[in-house]
Design a protein around this ligand. Structure first.
Ligand SMILES: NC(=O)c1ccc[n+]([C@@H]2O[C@H](COP(=O)([O-])OP(=O)(O)OC[C@H]3O[C@@H](n4cnc5c(N)ncnc54)[C@H](OP(=O)(O)O)[C@@H]3O)[C@@H](O)[C@H]2O)c1
Length: 288
């Protein structure tokens, strides 16, 4: 580990959504490897907790432009303008059938999962351009590659993230700034608890033709422990983030978990009706 610490010594990374799950794990893991980690969270209580854990932490709400601008400025002030990497991780999943998703719910989903990530990206690129180097890593999803029933808002936001990242990679070729996508399948975190809260906020099951399926979906969201086969701990994502940040030749895409590898292949080779059949069955009518 000592060698790694020397290699990364002084390298600065900004991470969003570190209050729990993947963001928290990646922040701790990169700090151990000698990165100077700015672990951000949107609630002051979480920032205090992260500071108590020995991390440099700031308040950053990706839905708030002022918060984005002031936290990037605070990082650059503290590091004399240096910022080597961004791990754009904050996000949540809005469950619900597409026909039950309001414009407001979809807007909220995109504000967090996409618009915040875009605005933050545009705030950090100038520092990376000055350095002639940088890594921007997005936490996308297997649902940025294929659709699953009852996750349309989330799927749309992650497909959009994939499109934005792919475009950025083309536009930034030759600048020394690398763009990477992490594409996890099921990972143990607070994701389902947060999804359940979003479901309660925006979906009215009683009036929906999908009411029966929602009962199965609710059970999945409220289940303790892994709810899907092949679920991995957040450390599986950390491993791929380390490659994206530290390898001299980072990859454009990093699937994580068996389903992510599998669906990345299937979507290329199967005709749509066959892929649809597999995706419908995999969703288990909301159960998975
Ligand atoms: N878990 C999975 O199975 C899975 C699979 C594929 C991709 N992902 C992606 O992984 C990322 C992290 O999710 P996770 O699994 O670690 O779930 P998580 O434990 O729910 O963590 C999500 C994080 O995002 C933060 N967040 C939400 N809205 C925010 C906002 N407006 N501003 C700043 N932070 C905000 C949350 O903060 P609060 O605590 O304040 O809400 C939390 O820290 C997400 O982008 C998710 O789409 C997860």
């Amino acid at each position: 580990m000592e060698g790694k610490e020397c290699r990364n010594n002084g390298k600065v990374v900004l991470i969003t959504g570190c209050s729990s799950g993947i963001g928290h794990c990646v922040a701790q893991g990169l700090k151990v490897r000698g990165w100077r980690v700015f672990a951000t969270a949107r609630r002051p209580a979480d920032v205090e907790r992260l500071q108590a854990d020995g991390l440099e932490s700031l308040c950053l709400d990706v839905c708030d432009s002022v918060s984005i601008q002031s936290s990037v400025k605070a990082v650059l002030d503290r590091t004399n303008g240096r910022l080597d990497a961004l791990f754009s991780n904050a996000g949540y999943g809005q469950p619900g059938a597409v026909e039950d998703i309001s414009r407001e719910a979809l807007r909220e989903q995109f504000e967090t999962n996409l618009f915040g990530a875009l605005e933050l990206t545009n705030q950090v690129i100038p520092a990376m351009r000055r350095q002639g180097a940088g890594r921007i890593v997005y936490n996308s999803s297997v649902l940025g590659l294929v659709a699953f029933p009852y996750r349309g808002a989330y799927v749309a936001s992650k497909f959009a993230m994939e499109g934005l990242a792919d475009t950025l990679r083309l536009e930034l070729a030759g600048t020394g700034i690398h763009i990477c996508l992490i594409e996890p399948g099921p990972i143990m975190s607070r994701f389902r608890a947060h999804a359940y809260a979003a479901y309660q906020r925006h979906v009215c099951a009683e009036n929906s033709p999908h009411q029966e399926r929602y009962a199965a979906m609710e059970a999945r969201l409220l289940k303790e422990g892994p709810a899907a086969p092949f679920t991995l701990p957040p450390a599986a994502v950390l491993k791929r983030v380390i490659h994206a940040l530290e390898n001299p030749r980072p990859r454009a895409r990093y699937p994580v978990t068996v389903p992510a590898y599998l669906f990345a292949i299937l979507r290329r080779w199967l005709p749509t009706p066959m892929l649809d059949g597999i995706l419908r069955r995999s969703g288990g009518g909301g159960r998975r």
